[in-house]
Design a protein around this ligand. Structure first.
Ligand code: SF4
Ligand code: SF4
Length: 193
């Protein structure tokens, strides 16, 4: 019988990232910054639980799809702190990043942030929403003292939905546009002799 590509990919990722060396010591969960970042973090989204869930899974296509669709798999910030502290060398950051890309490639996208301009998968929805929320709170504080949020603040809040490349292009276009509107010419930077 032909093996499912999803099952093969999961098995390869478990092997490559050494998940099966996990001794369930919990050092990863103790250092994981997600507890500080997300108010609604369930215990089962902590790294030790994630590793355990993937290791105990039955490798069928449906099971792999269920694991990748599970909202608890999309909390991880892929910061690599757990891998740096893990005594067994488990590379959960690399595992999460690879499996998420696999999920997106297989149309499992509920937890993924796709760029509003080019459609590239660049982060998780949860991380983008959290960053946007934090930014809006800061901008709202400023707006109270300034009466209204500035156009710059509004544009910055919108840019959270863009991948880093499109964000850079959008910023460049905006600056160039405002210079042209102001009738200012670009002058080449002269090298110092
Ligand atoms: S620190 Fe490493 S060995 Fe310990 S529970 Fe986490 S992944 Fe497993
Ligand atoms: S890579 Fe993910 S699971 Fe590991 S410490 Fe960072 S946020 Fe936590």
């Amino acid at each position: 019988m032909r093996k499912s590509p999803l099952v093969t990919a999961l098995r390869n990722a478990i092997r490559r990232c050494d998940l099966n060396l996990c001794v369930q010591c919990g050092a990863c969960s103790a250092v994981c910054p997600m507890t500080e970042v997300f108010d609604d973090l369930p215990y089962a989204a902590l790294p030790r639980s994630i590793v355990r869930r993937f290791l105990l899974s039955q490798p069928t296509t449906e099971e792999v799809r269920a694991l990748l669709s599970d909202a608890r798999f999309w909390f991880c910030l892929t910061c690599d702190e757990c891998a740096r502290r893990c005594p067994a060398g488990v590379k959960l950051n690399e595992f999460a990043a690879g499996m998420r890309q696999l999920a997106v490639d297989n149309d499992i996208r509920a937890g993924a942030a796709l760029c509003a301009s080019c459609g590239t998968f660049f982060s998780t929805r949860r991380a983008v929403d959290r960053a946007r929320h934090a930014f809006r709170k800061i901008a709202a504080g400023k707006a109270v003292s300034q009466k209204n949020p500035t156009d710059q603040d509004k544009a910055a809040a919108e840019s959270f939905g863009l991948c880093p490349k499109c964000r850079m292009y959008a910023a460049g276009r905006k600056i160039a546009g405002s210079r042209l509107r102001a009738g200012r010419e670009f002058s080449p930077v002269r090298e110092q002799s």
